[in-house]
Design a protein around this ligand. Structure first.
Ligand code: ZN
Length: 472
């Protein structure tokens, strides 16, 4: 109600009036500040309103200004349908505010509209839907079974459509995915008879004598798949190893195992087309105490990060206060989680920046997947290994030194670094191209104090290089 209208009212109406003009229309959260405003007769100007909560509790309200306007800032400590009575003399108004403990789910902006029925094997069908608030040409993703990309429809005038075919009968979960958390799901049943056919994905050239910590190449055929189609390589029916893309009817990828034993390896295509092999992975002959990523987190390194073909090894210190040399594994696991949180929540990175962390105990923990580019020396063309601790003046423990040698030896063998001692031309972030050995310190490439003293003395950098070289 406008003020002009109020002034047009006869004076007797004015005298007997208090009215709410604005109050929360949707639920507010517990502890969330909100405002209620309104108007009262200007004859009340300068007076203070009385508030009563749930007909029980009294509170002092705001003063009424010279025009008769008033505004209350308020919050509730408890959820429920809460009643606020706003009164002066014998006049009052009431507002009911819905207070909730959890925010209501955001309005879903994506929907399926046309879901063909029945859907039969071997034919194509048009799926359509709506995408509220999306600009024209915004790209959505239509996915099956939370894994396989079916189409990338674009939005036109708030609508999307995709043409999709299925080669296999059964129940499939379809999702249309947009920005942020926007998505809609529908389960469809594909009926009909799956045409008999030979498997379209397969393995060729099985690797022999596979050891842990050794990068192997897996490859095979993917007949009938278009270039760029994504397959899923999985171990033991749960761990995703890679997502190779099909090129000219073939796929190829590298893989690395941290655990020995008989491992079931599957290559899976979008139509549940799959091939399996079993690899007998032997433990690497090494004294490495290497703990897999699953020792400290259930989250895998995001597959969206760029792939890495390591060119060198960069040593760091974490700058966290070093754990004791006899720290428990539980303390080390907690340290890994703190490092991850510092990198992800503090630095805003997608994952822990380093590939390996060497604890003062000598135990080594796998950080970011070695297959993915790290976030540790600006250029990030190599593997990042961090000694946990601050080594500005203190020196790494003998256990850390021995583990660094074992780990660097294994990595040099894996990636064909034959000479980690002789300086080679190396791009740096701050010093142009410098001659630096393949095992280097963070400060050799970036203006930083990491990892500690000049020349890497406190992390025994020169000794590590020399010793590794004798083992190659
Ligand atoms: Zn560093």
């Amino acid at each position: 109600m406008s003020k002009r209208f109020l002034h047009a009212l006869p004076p007797e109406v004015f005298l007997a009036m208090i009215q709410v003009t604005q109050a929360p229309q949707s639920p507010v959260l517990v502890q969330q500040q909100f405002t209620i405003s309104g108007i009262a007769s200007p004859t009340y100007a300068g007076r203070t309103l009385a508030l009563t909560v749930d007909n029980q509790y009294n509170a002092k309200g705001p003063a009424i200004d010279t025009d008769g306007n008033w505004t209350i800032g308020f919050l509730f400590q408890q959820a429920g349908s809460r009643r606020l009575k706003i009164a002066i003399d014998s006049e009052s108004a009431e507002v009911v505010v819905q207070v909730v403990t959890t925010p209501p789910p955001p309005a879903n902006r994506l929907r399926f509209i046309t879901v063909p029925q029945p859907i039969t094997v071997g034919q194509t069908f048009v799926f359509t839907g709506e995408a509220d608030g999306y600009a024209n040409d915004a790209q959505l993703l239509l996915r099956a079974d939370q894994k396989y990309e079916l189409a990338r429809p674009t939005v036109q005038v708030g609508k999307w459509q995709a043409v999709v075919g299925f080669n296999q009968a059964g129940s499939r979960l379809l999702e249309i995915i947009g920005a942020g958390q926007d998505r809609a799901q529908v389960t469809i049943t594909v009926t009909g008879t799956t045409p008999p056919r030979s498997p379209r994905v397969s393995f060729t050239n099985l690797p022999q004598g596979v050891r842990t910590e050794q990068v192997i190449v897996l490859q095979g055929n993917a007949a009938g798949y278009s270039d760029g189609a994504e397959l899923v390589l999985r171990a033991d029916q749960r761990t995703e190893l890679a997502r190779p893309k099909v090129q000219a009817g073939q796929w190829q990828t590298t893989a690395l195992f941290h655990q020995s034993g008989k491992r079931l390896i599957e290559i899976i295509g979008s139509e549940q087309d799959r091939a399996q092999i079993t690899l007998d992975v032997q433990a690497a002959p090494s004294s490495l105490q290497l703990f897999p990523r699953t020792a400290w987190t259930t989250q895998a390194t995001p597959t969206s990060l760029p792939d890495l073909q390591p060119q060198r090894i960069t040593l760091h210190h974490t700058t966290f206060t070093a754990l004791a040399v006899n720290a428990s594994q539980a303390q080390e696991v907690a340290r890994m989680q703190s490092l991850w949180s510092s990198n992800v929540n503090g630095n805003g990175w997608s994952d822990l920046g380093y590939h390996y962390i060497i604890m003062p105990s000598g135990r080594i923990y796998v950080g970011r997947s070695e297959r993915k580019r790290g976030a540790h020396d600006v250029i990030n063309d190599g593997l990042g290994i961090a000694f946990d601790g601050l080594y500005t003046t203190a020196t790494i423990t003998n256990q850390q030194f021995q583990s660094a040698i074992a780990l660097c030896t294994q990595l040099c063998q894996r990636y064909g670094f034959k000479d980690p001692v002789t300086p080679v031309p190396t791009p740096t972030a701050d010093f142009g191209t410098r001659n630096i050995p393949l095992i280097c310190g963070h400060r050799d490439r970036v203006a930083t104090a990491c990892p500690g003293s000049e020349g890497g003395r406190t992390v025994r950098l020169a000794e590590i290089r020399q010793t590794v070289k004798t083992k190659l």
